[in-house]
Design a protein around this ligand. Structure first.
Ligand SMILES: Nc1ncnc2c1ncn2[C@@H]1O[C@H](COP(=O)(O)OP(=O)(O)OP(=O)(O)O)[C@@H](O)[C@H]1O
Ligand SMILES: [Mg+2]
Length: 234
């Protein structure tokens, strides 16, 4: 299996001198295509920072980060944004939906903004609405949805363009247990049926357990603490 994300010898700090905060010190991580990885670790350890680094949104580091087999260090801004739009999608704790657009319009927004033809995505949109349980809500506005529905809308928006990798930063952090489980089941389907590689940050053991692999960030490094990767090493 090929790796869609490869990180080696990653060093990252914020600030300098007295204000220096060390985040990564020789961190390594390989993520196989088609896997579902849960990333855990203490608050402030650098999980969100890692997701930004993978997307090339923070370029202040040393070491190697490759996405889809290509090192991102050598990419210029245009190449980086092309890499992001082809390969990655982000989902955050707060759904970041546009209040005055309907569910359907929110989901289509990235397609419109990237200048692609919306009509080519009609069938895919129908499938995604169905999969996320939002078919009936497609003409509603975000304020008319529950938190779980809003998060499912933001996930639909993230996957309409069929990214290779879904990066989710505490996607259930704002939801109750039942709504959180719906999100995890949705990720599992996207992973198993659509082949999307998932890297999710979570503080919940129950959510982490949905991953095929659990990676922990501690002492400025990344290590497997559960899932198939660990059992194959033992
Ligand atoms: N732009 C920045 N400038 C300076 N320090 C930063 C910056 N962004 C993050 N940090 C610091 O880096 C550390 C890691 O932050 P990060 O947001 O990645 O943690 P996290 O693991 O995602 O935490 P949480 O679980 O609370 O979301 C924190 O100590 C934070 O204060
Ligand atoms: Mg965070």
């Amino acid at each position: 299996m090929s790796n869609v994300i490869e990180i080696s010898g990653l060093n990252k700090k914020f600030g300098s001198g007295e204000n220096e905060a060390l985040i990564f010190d020789g961190a390594e991580l390989q993520i196989e295509k088609g896997s579902f990885v849960s990333l855990t670790g203490a608050s402030g350890s650098g999980k969100s920072t890692l997701l930004y680094l993978i997307g090339g949104l923070d370029r202040d580091y040393t070491g190697n980060i490759s996405v889809g087999g290509k090192s991102i260090a050598g990419m210029n801004d245009r190449q980086l944004s092309a890499m992001r739009s082809e390969k990655l999608s982000y989902v955050f704790q707060f759904y970041n939906l546009v209040a005055n657009l309907t569910v359907e319009e929110n989901i289509l927004l990235p397609i419109e903004l990237s200048g692609k033809k919306v009509k080519n995505y009609r069938e895919k949109l129908r499938e995604i609405l169905e999969m996320t349980g939002l078919s009936e809500k497609r003409r509603n506005y975000p304020s008319q949805l529950s938190g779980g529905q809003q998060q499912r809308c933001s996930i639909a928006r993230a996957v309409l363009s069929e990214p290779e990798i879904l990066l989710a930063d505490e996607p259930t952090g704002n939801l109750d247990k039942a709504a959180g489980e719906e999100i995890m089941k949705l990720f599992k389907r996207l992973n198993e049926e659509n082949g999307i590689t998932v890297l999710q940050v979570t503080h919940s053991d129950a959510c982490a357990a949905y991953g095929s692999r659990i990676v922990r960030l501690s002492d400025h490094r990344l290590e497997d603490v559960g899932g198939s990767k660990l059992s194959s090493l033992n």
